[in-house]
Structures are given as C-alpha cells and as structure tokens.
Design a protein around this ligand. Structure first.
Ligand code: AMP
Length: 209
C-alpha cells in the first residue's frame, strides 16, 4: 500500500503515521525526520536545510525530491510506504507522480485553534523520536518509553508555528484539490482520541482495499 498523509502542522500526522506504518508493515518516510537527522549528522544537506526549517519555510523542492526519490528506491519500500510531510508543493507532487504512484491520500483535518496549542506543547524524544504533548507527561524531560531526553523543536516556537501554518495554507493545501481530482483523497477528522483517529484511518484504508 502506498500512502501519503497530508494535513497542517500539528494535525497529528507523525503520531498516526508511526501507528499506521507499523500496522501495515510499511516504512514510515517522514521528510521532516530525515532532514532533522541530516542536521544532527552535520551533512551538507542538513546544513542547507537548517535555516529554512528554523524560519518555518520549506526546504527547496529539488533537495527534497532527490532525497525522497532515493529513499523510495530502497528495497524496504518496494511493496509500499507511508509518506509523511511529502509532497508539500505542487512541484513535489508532480515529481512524485513521475517516479511512483499513490493508492490513497489521507487528509487529517484539525481546526486552526487546536493546532497552535498542540504544537506549542509538543515534546520530542532525542533518542527514539516519539512525540508527546506536555499535558500527557509526568516528567517533561524524560521519554516514558525509552528514557531518552525530551526536547522542544526549534521550529515549534509560536511565531514559527504561525509561519508554518501560513506556508501550509499557501503551498500545501492546494494539493488537496490535486489529489481529490485524482480520486485519491480521503478525509479523516483529526481531533479526538489518538486511538479513535487511528481506527478511523484504518477503516478508510480497509474500505478502499
Ligand atoms: P515536519 O517535521 O514535517 O513538520 O517538517 C519540518 C520542516 O522540515 C518543515 O517546516 C520544512 O522546513 C521542512 N520540510 C519537511 N518536509 C518538507 C518538504 N516535503 N518540502 C519542503 N520542506 C520540508
């Protein structure tokens, strides 16, 4: 199954993507995670991406397209994958169409006022990458799963988050129409319990099989 999740920052794409990818045994391909890894490793690509990410802007299309093309060509993605955070522009979507095809696009809808609250309270584990909202945590510094250090992403500060949401509306939201026209889009309500949202996504996927 070749899936893609679309939705504004804070919609819960990452959280749901981890669960759905595990359920269907397909790799979770998050361009945001890949870029953060490149930055952590100090690679040339990471150095190029850093300033864009910290400003809440998109990394240039050619950089991202090359990175995803290489990732999708690996053997573990042969029978399917879940794209999280890619494509984010029409250029990226058209490039993707040239090297693979998607079976379903899940659009996770969350009202704007909830997005800021969700992202600004987000904590990420440096070790295992798990994400939490601070309201779920007893200890804001330590990952309850692996004991790793929790941190706040530099681009999760409120003014950057507002910029990321504006960029989403301008550049990524038009993809909803793009995939609707192709008959691939499925809407899922992204507010509510994490388990309920996972089940809603599974229901949509099972229906399309
Ligand atoms: P995310 O973890 O998906 O919220 O991505 C974090 C940041 O990485 C974004 O705000 C962008 O700066 C960059 N990024 C991730 N995916 C893409 C993409 N497909 N195109 C351009 N920039 C991206």
């Amino acid at each position: 199954m070749r899936l893609m999740f679309v939705g504004p920052p804070g919609a819960g794409k990452g959280t749901q993507a981890v669960r759905i990818a595990a359920r269907y045994g397909i790799p979770h391909i998050s361009t945001g995670d890949m870029l953060r890894e490149e930055i952590k490793n100090g690679t040339p690509l990471g150095q190029q991406a850093k300033a864009y990410i910290e400003a809440g802007e998109l990394v240039p299309d050619d950089v991202i397209i090359g990175m995803v093309k290489e990732r999708i060509s690996r053997p573990d993605a042969r029978d399917g994958f879940l794209l999280d955070g890619f494509p984010r522009t029409r250029e990226q979507a058209e490039a993707l169409d040239k090297f693979t095809s998607l079976d379903v696009v899940i659009n996770i809808n969350v009202p704007d006022d909830k997005l800021i609250h969700r992202i600004c309270g987000r904590r990420v584990c440096r070790q295992c990458g798990a994400t939490y909202h601070e309201s779920m945590l007893e200890n804001l510094k330590q990952c309850p799963k692996c004991g790793g250090e929790l941190y706040v992403r530099d681009d999760d500060k409120e003014e950057i988050v507002r910029q990321r949401i504006a960029v989403y509306k301008e550049k990524t939201q038009p993809l909803i129409e793009y995939y609707t026209k192709k008959g691939l889009l499925e809407d899922v309500v992204g507010s509510g319990g994490i388990d309920d949202i996972t089940e809603a996504i599974v229901a949509v996927l099972e229906n399309r099989k």
